[in-house]
Ligand binder design. Structure first.
Ligand SMILES: O=C(O)CCC(=O)C(=O)O
Ligand SMILES: [Fe+2]
Length: 190
């Protein structure tokens, strides 16, 4: 993931999460969704909310070690290893992170945006991991990344992870034709 990030500014790994862990996390996400625990991403915030609800229609739930969920914790263990490696080899200076599950219902999208705004200024890197078995092109829901003179469309296939600088790359999620699941997060600096 880091190699491809260094060559093209967009890191992609096909198997950052194992198939087994993807299965468990997908199950968690289904349970949270069926239990009504996923909430519209803008809900309950400050004035940023109005802007967000026009732009995005995904539902989210924040992961937390305090949930004591073995699979969420296995996920965080993996992120800890990745962050330690990134800090050691690239002097990235990451001191924290935040991750949420996301579910885009059929017809949902997330318009073109940058992840790092004033209100979440210390987001350094964006990471997205997809939890969608048997995703095909007709399902839509690509992550579209804008680089100067170049559009990159990434299909949200199971286990695939994407990594890029939050302050630099604008991106959007194209309309999905079936429910689309992921874990999205940010590596942060002080
Ligand atoms: O799910 C994706 O592919 C991207 C999500 C995203 O851009 C975000 O949550 O900020
Ligand atoms: Fe984003």
């Amino acid at each position: 993931m880091i190699d491809s990030y260094l060559t093209s500014s967009v890191g992609i790994s096909k198997d950052f999460l194992s198939v087994l862990l993807c299965g468990h996390l997908t199950q968690n996400l289904h349970q949270l969704y069926n239990g009504g625990q996923l909430l519209f991403a803008g809900t309950g915030n400050n004035k940023v909310v109005n802007f967000d609800t026009l732009l995005r229609s995904d539902k989210i739930y924040w992961l937390d070690r305090l949930h004591n969920d073995p699979h969420e914790n296995a996920f965080f263990d993996l992120v800890d290893l990745f962050v330690a490696y990134l800090n050691r080899t690239c002097y990235a200076g990451i001191t924290g992170y935040e991750f949420h599950y996301a579910l885009y219902e059929t017809g949902c999208f997330y318009g073109r945006h940058l992840d790092s705004f004033k209100h979440n200024g210390n987001r350094a890197f964006s990471m997205i991991m997809y939890l969608n078995k048997d995703w095909v092109k007709a399902d839509g829901g690509e992550l579209r990344i804008y680089q100067p003179g170049n559009l990159q469309d990434i299909e949200p296939q199971n286990g695939k992870s994407v990594f890029f600088k939050s302050t630099e790359l604008e991106h959007e999620v194209l309309k999905t034709n079936k429910p689309r699941m992921s874990i999205t997060g940010w590596l942060k600096t002080d």
